[in-house]
Design a protein around this ligand. Structure first.
Ligand SMILES: Cc1cc2nc3c(=O)[nH]c(=O)nc-3n(C[C@H](O)[C@H](O)[C@H](O)COP(=O)(O)O)c2cc1C
Length: 370
């Protein structure tokens, strides 16, 4: 029996396997609005056999977009543009669709990666950015505006409004993005948070705003649907956020009913020193799961089916998330199932594709009409 292909339940979601499509920004939204790209891209990944497909970082307000091409869900137009995407994906696939709720903080107002990724100046389409403190991400960059109490309330309310819109769209779960140097991570990390009020200084104070956002989103999203959090478990910098602080943060989230922790790392500063290698972030998920018992997702250079199977079978994580590997091979879960003697859900139209030697590859699932 494969552990990777064993079921798992998250609130009302009964998931047939432990494979997650990691959130991946596409940078091709039209002023925050989803386009036909999103139907095709997410539709493709929803037919991969993964049990959950995460929608890319979705901005809760326009100034929280990393780039002008980021997806947003902050007004009626962006909600209307996402509706056909959700309808299409839910019609053709049983995969759960999870939306990552995001605010880019001081890393907003940037060019898309293939056009340098650098901050866009005012006057060239750039916009005001917001952060815990008026400290830029990189030396020499324009500083963000430190959020005052009205600004904090505005951002918290924006997360709530987006959670309501996501629920209306039939999104199956949400993940709050508190990683990769974006706004909520900026509150957690002493590298970016230099505040002297109740939102800065001590660990308790630095956790305050992200926990307020979690509480507000959890209260706004339907109780039978899960809410997870993505963290950067380490800044990979002296004096930065680290796994010890992460464990305390996770315990606070656990008290508040978090459904999973998606354990990533890095992103707070270009001065980080990351030791990248196969499964390099697995020890973070493992430590979180062992120390707290919270459901974990491990991500980062997980590329091989047997590597993924081992992570789940040895209890290092409950799920594995794939980003680059599943872009490269959108049938990765099919191939993993064939190798591990398991089965995937696939639409009947594809059943003739199975290789003869894996006659039992496809679960006898009925598709459509969820
Ligand atoms: C094209 C691309 C876009 C990404 N966008 C996001 C995003 O929207 N939110 C996020 O938390 N991580 C994002 N990531 C990071 C991935 O979710 C993942 O954590 C990272 O790529 C490591 O996993 P991998 O080795 O399987 O690619 C992105 C990665 C890629 C390659």
């Amino acid at each position: 029996m494969s552990s990777l292909f064993s079921p798992f339940t998250l609130r009302n979601l009964n998931l047939p396997n432990r494979i997650v499509v990691s959130p991946m920004c596409q940078y091709v939204a039209d002023n925050g609005k989803a386009t036909p790209w999103h139907v095709v891209h997410l539709g493709n990944l929803a037919l991969s056999g993964a049990s959950m497909v995460f929608i890319e970082a979705t901005a809760v307000e326009p100034s929280g977009r990393i780039t002008p091409g980021d997806l947003g869900l902050y007004n009626d137009e962006t909600e209307a543009a996402l509706r056909p995407v959700l309808e299409a994906v839910h019609t053709v696939s049983k995969a759960a669709v999870v939306m990552q709720l995001a605010h880019a903080g001081r890393k907003a107002s940037s060019h898309v990666p293939w056009e340098t990724g650098q901050l866009i100046p005012f006057g060239e389409g750039g916009w005001e950015t917001y952060a815990p403190s008026a400290v830029p991400q990189k030396e020499g960059e324009r500083a963000p505006k430190a959020l005052d109490s009205a600004g904090l309330a505005r951002v918290r309310d924006a997360f709530v409004a987006t959670a309501h819109r996501a629920a209306r769209l039939g999104v199956d779960g949400v993940e709050i993005h508190a990683a990769h140097g974006y706004l909520l991570h900026e509150f957690l990390s002493p590298i970016s948070n230099h505040r002297t009020d109740e939102y800065g200084g001590s660990l308790e104070n630095r956790m305050r705003f992200p926990l307020e956002v979690f509480d507000a989103v959890r209260a706004a999203f339907p109780a039978d649907k899960p809410v997870g959090v993505r963290v950067s478990a380490s800044d990979w910098m002296e004096g930065g956020w680290d796994i010890a602080q992460t464990l305390i943060f996770v315990k606070e989230l656990q008290k508040r009913g978090v459904d999973w922790i998606d354990a990533s790392s890095g992103g707070i500063s270009p001065l980080q020193k990351i030791a990248v290698g196969p499964g390099y972030q697995v020890p973070f998920a493992e430590a979180i799961r062992k120390e707290t018992g919270v459901t974990t997702i491990s991500v980062g250079l997980i590329t091989e089916p047997r590597q993924a199977e081992d992570i789940i079978a040895t209890g290092k994580a409950d799920f594995i998330a794939l980003a680059r590997a599943i872009l490269y091979d959108p049938r990765w879960p099919w191939h993993a199932a064939a190798l591990l003697g398991a089965a995937v859900d696939a639409p009947p139209s594809y059943w003739r594709a199975l290789p003869r030697e894996h006659g039992d590859l496809f679960r006898n699932a009925s598709f459509g009409g969820r």
